[in-house]
Ligand binder design. Structure first.
Ligand code: ACO
Length: 322
């Protein structure tokens, strides 16, 4: 039986930091409101011209190095993003060229903030069926380009960045289970209305930016994350006390705290980066994972639970032994 395990992690955050104080000068908001409602203190914002693939390549190189392999050992690239460099080719193909890897399959996955979990699920299935041995999974986003910087309800919540992991075939698990779901019913609670087939060149300016009914999304996220955590643990027959670390999607500290409470996990066992990174969508879980692996909190053998919720709605989880 072939299993998958994480062999290495990597992350990248743009150099430019925008604090809540900086935002006070741009929209009618306060540092206090942003911290109280979301837990966010600052976020990294891509430089002019810096793209999703630029960030993805750096995170990918770091993950490959941490895995102790070379780019030539990678046999599949799956890149999760909602903010691709171009309509086509996929950002995964751009990253493939820039890493100098030839002919292996490379493709993008779009599941908004759950994109990394979707990519992780797919990668795990490739490895378990002997379709790949070293999968490069990347979450990379430049949400600063789909934010209306005059809309205080959304522009304070997001940031840019990239995270990556190398998922490698192994005789031992590794990944215990993955779960992905979606429900298109709630499309308009969280969306960027502009698109290709709906005529993005002719839409109103605001249609090119994130529109969100924050309160409804919040309520749905908390309930759904509670359910997916229970589903995941029951499926694997694992007790919540056995989890060493919850690595959640970083949308809002209040959502993360509520999800941890539902699981009965103390916040000391939850990785939180939303204060420093804000919501980096599909990059948030691999970035949080990389931070905690590199600072020594997450160690080999620890039992991890990833969980995410995003536009679609989409949601998912992964349970794994690091
Ligand atoms: N500064 C000051 N006041 C603000 C700001 C701001 N930046 N933004 C909104 N307000 C005001 C509102 O106008 C409202 O004022 P009113 O009462 O006079 O109308 C008041 O603050 C309260 O607004 P609410 O939306 O009710 O505040 P809430 O406590 O729900 O917090 C928040 C808002 C932070 C957006 C929260 O609802 C949230 O985090 N929602 C979920 C977001 C999320 O998780 N997205 C997930 C995935 S993202 C993806 O998939 C792409």
């Amino acid at each position: 039986m072939t299993y998958a395990r994480i062999a290495g992690t990597g992350g990248y955050l743009p150099e430019r930091v925008v604090t809540n104080k900086d935002l006070e000068a741009m929209v009618d908001t306060t540092d206090e409101w942003i911290r109280e409602r979301s837990g966010i203190k600052r976020r990294h914002i891509a430089a002019d011209g810096e793209t999703t693939s630029d960030m993805a390549v750096v995170a990918a190189r770091r993950a490959i190095e941490a895995a102790g392999i070379t780019s030539n050992d990678i046999d599949l690239i799956i890149l999760a993003t909602t903010t691709p460099d171009k309509v086509f080719p996929s950002t995964a193909c751009i990253v493939q060229r820039r890493l100098g890897i030839k002919t292996i399959p490379a493709f993008d996955v779009q599941a908004a903030c759950s994109g990394f979990i979707y990519a992780f699920d797919i990668a795990n299935r490739f490895i378990k069926t002997d379709g790949a041995r070293n999968v490069l999974i990347i979450g990379s986003e430049t949400y600063s380009r789909i934010l209306d910087w005059t809309d205080r309800a959304t522009c304070v919540l997001f940031g840019d960045g990239a995270g990556a992991v190398v998922l490698q075939a192994d005789e031992e698990a590794g990944v215990i289970s993955t779960h992905i779901h979606s429900d298109g019913e709630f499309e308009e609670l969280l969306h960027v209305p502009a698109g290709i087939s709906s005529g993005y060149a002719t839409v109103q300016r605001e249609a090119a930016y994130i529109q969100m009914k924050g309160h409804e999304v919040f309520r749905k996220a908390v309930g759904t994350l509670g359910k997916i955590a229970r589903e995941t643990l029951a499926d694997a027959n694992i007790d919540k006390e056995e989890i060493d670390w919850l690595v959640p999607h970083q949308a809002n500290l209040r959502i993360i705290t509520a999800a941890a409470k539902k699981l009965g996990l103390p916040m000391e066992r939850v990785i939180v980066t939303v204060d420093e990174h804000a919501n980096t969508s599909s990059a948030s879980i691999p970035l949080a994972l990389d931070v905690a692996v590199r600072d020594g909190r997450i160690k080999r053998g620890d039992l991890l639970l990833f969980e995410a919720f995003g536009a679609g709605f989409t949601w998912g989880s992964a349970l794994l032994r690091f």
